[in-house]
Design a protein around this ligand. Sequence first.
Ligand code: PLP
Length: 381
Amino acid sequence: MGDHFVAHASLLLSSFAVLTSIASHCGIRIQRAKRMKTIDLRSDTVSHPTAEMREAMANAEVGDDVYHDDPTVNQLEADAAAIFGKEAAVFVTSGTQGNLCALLAHCQRGESIIIGDASHIFRYEQGGMAQLGGIIPHTLPVQSDATMRLCDLEAAINPDDEHKPVTRLVALENTHNMAGGVPISAEYTAQVAEIARRNNLILHIDGARIFNAAAAFKVDVQELAAGADSVTFCLSKGLCAPAGSILVGDRSFIRRARRARKVLGGSLRQAGVLAAAGMIALHKMRHRLVDDHAHAQLLAEGLSEIPGLVIKSQNTNFIFFTLADQVAMPLDDFVNRLRRDYNVFMSPYSGERGVIRLRTHYWIDRAAIAKVISAVSAILS
Ligand SMILES: *Cc1c(COP(=O)(O)O)cnc(C)c1O
């Protein structure tokens, strides 16, 4: 009876293995075919790795990165540090982890940071700084140009007063996500850095899309990072890597950030397979972000000519739009029809009711933009 069961079970298992291998094979094919047909504008985070990245990942030299033994990770970190003009870098699993590692490495429990009330770190990272680091956010209003007023900033710095938490750090975000992909200039960053230096504060930049800002201003990213003690940026999103972000700063800071990464469970072993895609993101893909911006502009222009559609803003690779009051169609119906009838993916923006946010990326080309414009115009006509 027992033997019988084992025989049946192993037969079942081996046929299951054959089936899953066929399915996964087909899955890859389906996935690739779908990539050709779907126009996904919900975010730049949906961007798949390129064929070149997949090949580099397959061929990556690897080692145990916790032992500092992974040559591909080491190279990626060294290159990132050089590109930002900083001493060192650490590869982290995500932008959220990079920001949290930075704040944990810079601040003690009970210390306070000054940060925009619409910042990703404050709004979309589960308050990790407070939840895990005991760090207190002192928020300031973010203006439509993505900056905080310098007078607000100066006024928010606590004096040496036993009633108040010690102000340790100020954080900027570039490009600014909730402001709509607005890039902040090197000049503004330098002004904030000067205030920080004068008051003994650390400056951290959440630069998830800082290469988009560099592309928008046609400046070297070093200019945008000058004066910052640390910067996080994403290799995913517009740069197309499947996962991974990088945190840059000086050597002793990066050593502390690596400790933080460990306690957050973010130290990886043969991470070279990811870093190999990251190398292409860093060295090649960042130079083509201007195309995403041109495509976003083209799309916004095309959409703005459709009666019933109102463009709210277009910056870098972001577009925000609404449907005019005279359009009777609910936003959800509009989104569902685009998906069902045209394979165009959009989603209502969680940050503001009645608004749709689009982001262009590598897989959105001119042909895709023409299709989107004609699909939207057909639905609204
Ligand atoms: C996406 C994003 C992050 C976080 O990146 P994840 O990799 O999704 O954790 C941080 N800041 C900004 C501004 C972002 O847009």
